[in-house]
Design a protein around this ligand. Structure first.
Ligand SMILES: O=C(O)C1=C[C@@H](OP(=O)(O)O)[C@@H](O)[C@H](O)C1
Ligand SMILES: C=C(OP(=O)(O)O)C(=O)O
Length: 441
């Protein structure tokens, strides 16, 4: 049994919910947890990361940092980290599980060592995601890199001096973020030139924010195409507080907006750099009754929703949650500029189209867009593939709550990548689930 009280591997059967009603506290942010833990390890001395996420991705980061020589102690909901500063242990093999951001950030920092190997026990997910753009930038800086055609397993050996380097930001912002963690600890710093059509600006700003929180100087051009990090700096140990998680909360908010009832979701600060904060505005634009009282978001659900057309790149990790709302809305919604969704835990464009079509919806795709025609009455009564992707599982769960007959989602334990308490949170609002043995690994 895991902390969520659910079996190690399970499918979920989602029953239709007459209403969702109650109060929840948003879980800690995945993307701030990973950043703060890494920055704390890069500092000399002891830091306290208050209220860390307890997801598989957070565990993956903690495990790898420990393997590199950091002291890790979990005290209540906090992580107390004794950092290794600029000297992670060499000759270590790290396994970041299925955590893309964790993997990439650690790959950047690996250039501080005289050799770090990376493996994953998710060859069909993280093992298929591209790492070449980051490996290329590292090798241009003088690191020795080896990989399986730009993918895991791979190895990186430093040391590197720093200087000017180009990195493509077209497929993922995580490559540039990785170099931003490395830069301050290099003698020559890093003058990063982000090339291509820069995607996911919001996480880049979260990385800048994290550097500042740990006393690291960095400056960036308005469009983020140039990021300058002076060398010879140190991360300053301290105490940081992890804010609430907008991407996971977007799924809870979509569920609340599409069922009758009322949800009060706290711990979502208004001024936050997480791009998925925009999910609130998108739901409002669709017609949801969604208001804010300080850090609490209030949704009065069951209002008719209508389609929207939006550039989804600003809220990449909420697109699937919002796709659930779109599938239950009147009209045809398009998410544009979402090519990078193809490079996540699954192909979130084609795989989403396939699963929604299985549910009887009309969905089309282009290379970089997804279009969904909503239906007021979803039949359900099918088994859908969770594709080992937490965000796909969230999307299908939200749909199951509104379907006429239950929906079974395979491999639903993969929810734990970012949101282990997802089903438990929805149960506390009145949803009903069954957790049969998994039919997918
Ligand atoms: O920097 C981060 O923490 C993340 C950046 C985003 O990835 P891309 O930059 O690849 O879009 C996001 O999808 C991911 O969940 C987390
Ligand atoms: C894509 C995601 O994460 P990562 O890239 O860190 O694996 C996500 O959380 O939806």
């Amino acid at each position: 049994m895991s902390a969520d009280g659910l079996p190690e591997k399970f499918d979920v059967i989602v029953h239709p919910a007459a209403e969702l009603r109650g109060e929840l506290r948003a879980q800690p942010s995945k993307n701030y947890t990973t950043r703060y833990l890494l920055a704390a390890a890069l500092a000399d001395g002891e830091s306290r990361v208050v209220g860390v996420a307890t997801s598989e991705d957070a565990e993956a980061m903690l495990r790898c940092l420990e393997d590199w020589g950091a002291g890790v102690e979990l005290v209540g909901g906090d992580a107390v980290i004794r950092g290794f500063g600029a000297s992670p242990r060499a000759g270590v093999t790290l396994n970041p599980g299925n955590a893309g951001a964790v993997a990439r950030f650690l790959m950047g920092v690996a250039a501080l060592t005289t050799g770090t190997a990376f493996v994953t026990d998710y060859p069909d997910s993280l093992g298929k995601r591209p790492q070449g753009d980051l490996l290329e930038a590292l090798s241009r800086l003088g690191a020795r890199v080896q990989s399986r055609e730009g993918m895991f397993p791979l190895s990186i050996s430093g040391p590197v001096r720093g200087g000017v380097v180009e990195v493509s930001a077209e497929r993922s912002s995580q490559y540039a973020s990785a170099l931003m963690f490395l830069g301050p600890l290099l003698p020559g710093g890093l003058d990063l030139r982000l090339t291509g059509d820069i995607k996911s600006h919001a996480p880049l700003r979260q990385t800048l924010d994290t550097l500042a929180a740990f006393g690291v100087q960095a400056s960036a051009s308005e469009d983020l195409s140039r990021i300058t990090i002076p060398g010879g700096q140190a991360f300053r140990a301290g105490r940081v507080l992890v804010p609430g998680d907008y991407p996971g909360s977007a799924a809870i908010l979509a569920a609340a907006a599409t069922r009758p009832g009322e949800l009060r979701l706290s711990n979502l600060r208004e001024h936050d750099l997480q791009g998925e904060r925009e999910a609130l505005n998108v739901l409002r634009e669709m017609g949801a009754d969604l208001t804010r009282e300080g850090d609490t978001v209030v949704v009065r659900g069951g209002r008719p929703l209508h389609a929207v057309k939006r550039d989804g790149d600003g809220f990449t990790d909420a697109v699937q949650a919002l796709t659930a709302a779109a599938a239950l809305a009147d009209g045809t919604t398009t998410w544009e500029n979402v090519y990078t969704l193809r490079l996540k835990e699954c192909d979130r464009i084609s795989d989403t189209r396939r699963e929604l079509q299985r549910l009887g919806l009309t969905v089309t795709e282009t290379q970089d867009s997804l279009t969904i025609t909503g239906t007021p009455s979803l039949a359900g009564g099918v088994t859908a593939d969770g594709h080992g992707d937490h965000r796909m599982i969230m999307l299908l769960t939200v749909l199951g709550l509104s379907a006429q007959s239950p929906i079974r989602i395979t491999g639903a334990h993969h929810i734990r990548k970012s949101y282990p308490m997802f089903f438990r949170h929805l149960e506390s609002l009145g949803a009903r689930f069954e957790y049969p043995e998994a039919t997918r690994a």
